[in-house]
Design a protein around this ligand. Structure first.
Ligand code: GDP
Length: 446
């Protein structure tokens, strides 16, 4: 959701409360106005904004700040909690076998989202398959096939068959080996009966565990009607908001969430398969308010570090100095693995997120479980000197390590390449001076 600088305007207002221990009605009103202006300009439904305003007003004036809490922190906490309440929880998506149907109007981003979600599930260690039943939009088949190829996930579609229900049925059989089936459906320009009929038929054949409604972030006021229609037809369990990377405002989609009594599952932030984020309300709001999700980050970091340090006597602050060795990389990968994907970790650091991610090579983020395991085996076949000075490893050593580990030379080279990329990344972080990464590293070090 693009909130027109809510973070900075709100911080300005909050800063005026500095030193105060109680809030006046005027103070609260100023904050509420700030939030209203921002939410309305992001297309959030008026009645939702009014409900939120009432809750904030009531709580800010009625609740006593706990001892030792400033008025500013108190109201910030209330705003944060109420905004989390407004956007709701994230749609429950257990990492297990399941079938998901994507519904939505043409152009909302369904086909793109299907491939992105498949990519996301594959990174979680599941085997997804996309089944493309959109026989209406020319090019949908080819687009889906190409994206799935890029996402390296199973795909089924049949350009010679014009019966979407039949494709869905055959597709499920053809991809029986997959754990997660994502069924992409056809859209229409508008909510026509034929679209809804087709969706209902596919739904009855596929018998999905959940139906997700895909909405373009630019949807605005139309979201409510669309959501109602789709919800009546098949039942909507969650919403995917796409194109949040553009100038779109995104707030309109909240009306769809409200209308269906559902929640947000994913956010789409670009045209590539990796441009998808699982929706996490607290992190999302923290970022909106410009606070960064430091709480969650530091908890995850602490937990991961505690486990890593129990295994090895490793000081993450070493990463900030001197050479980044393969031993460092192994610790780093293990720690990151416990924290979650690196790109999500970066997103939680205030002021960092997108910027630095764009500067990194794509592959720096792509440390999958399988690769990690292969890398472990290879590192076990390396000498201590090689682990400490991987840049000095030459062809004859690569051959020996490959033989010793039972992996091919290509994978050994990939490991060395990965190390090179990660050490470049570390250099970038080191170059950030007294920036946020430095602070995060300090936290990591405890
Ligand atoms: P469908 O008709 O619902 O299947 O929609 P598509 O998946 O074909 O998406 C329509 C257009 O929106 C395509 O050009 C996509 O590349 C683009 N698109 C989809 N999701 C996103 C997103 O999150 N960000 C951006 N910038 N473009 C997107």
């Amino acid at each position: 959701m693009v909130l027109d600088d809510l973070g900075s305007s709100l911080r300005g207002t909050l800063d005026k409360l500095q030193g105060k221990t109680t809030l006046s009605e005027d103070d609260v009103e100023e904050i509420v106005k700030e939030i209203q202006r921002s939410l309305l300009s992001a297309d959030v439904d008026v009645s939702l904004v009014m409900d939120l305003s009432d809750s904030i007003r009531e709580r800010a004036l009625d609740e006593e700040p706990p001892a030792g809490t400033t008025a500013r922190d108190h109201v910030l906490k209330i705003v944060y909690e109420e905004m989390v309440e407004l956007v709701g929880d994230s749609t429950d998506l257990p990492l297990e076998e399941q079938t998901i149907v994507l519904a939505g109007l043409q152009g909302s981003g369904k086909t793109t989202t299907a491939a992105k979600m498949a990519w996301w599930f594959s990174k979680k260690g599941l085997r997804p398959a996309v089944i493309q039943t959109d026989t209406f939009r020319p090019g949908a088949y080819e687009q889906a096939r190409e994206m799935c190829e890029r996402a390296e996930v199973d795909f089924y579609g049949d350009p010679d068959n014009d019966d979407p229900v039949d494709i869905a049925r055959t597709g499920l059989e053809a991809t029986a080996d997959a754990d997660v089936h994502i069924v992409d459906t056809a859209g229409r320009h508008a909510l026509e009966d034929v679209l809804i009929d087709e969706l209902e038929q596919i739904e009855s054949v596929v018998d999905p565990d959940r139906n997700l409604l895909v909405l373009d972030a630019a949807i605005g006021q139309g979201a409510k009607d669309q959501a109602e229609r789709f919800h009546d037809a098949v039942g909507i369990d969650g919403v995917v908001i796409t194109k949040l990377d553009g100038t779109a405002k995104g707030g309109g989609a909240l009306a769809a969430v409200d209308q269906t009594g559902s929640s947000i599952a994913f956010l789409g932030t670009g045209e590539e398969v990796k441009d998808i984020e699982r929706f996490e309300p607290s992190g999302f709001i923290s970022r909106l308010l410009g606070m960064g999700d430091l709480k969650q980050l530091s908890e995850r970091v602490e937990r991961a570090m505690a486990e890593t340090q129990a295994e090895e006597d490793w000081d993450p602050e070493d990463l900030m100095k001197g050479e980044f060795t393969l031993n460092d990389m192994r610790n780093q990968m293990n720690a990151m693995n416990r924290m979650g994907p690196l790109d999500q970790v970066l997103d939680m650091i205030p002021g960092l997120g997108g910027g630095i991610k764009d500067q990194l090579p794509d592959d720096a983020m792509d440390v999958t479980q399988d690769r990690l395991r292969s890398f472990e085996v290879i590192m076990d076949s390396m000498t201590e000197a090689e682990l400490e000075h991987p840049r000095a490893v030459g062809q004859s050593q690569i051959e020996r390590i490959a033989r010793g580990s039972g992996k091919d030379e290509e994978t050994v080279r990939e490991l060395l390449e990965q190390h090179k990329m990660m050490s470049q990344m570390m250099k970038q972080f080191q170059g950030m001076g007294d920036g946020d990464m430095q602070r995060m590293m300090k936290q990591m070090g405890g």
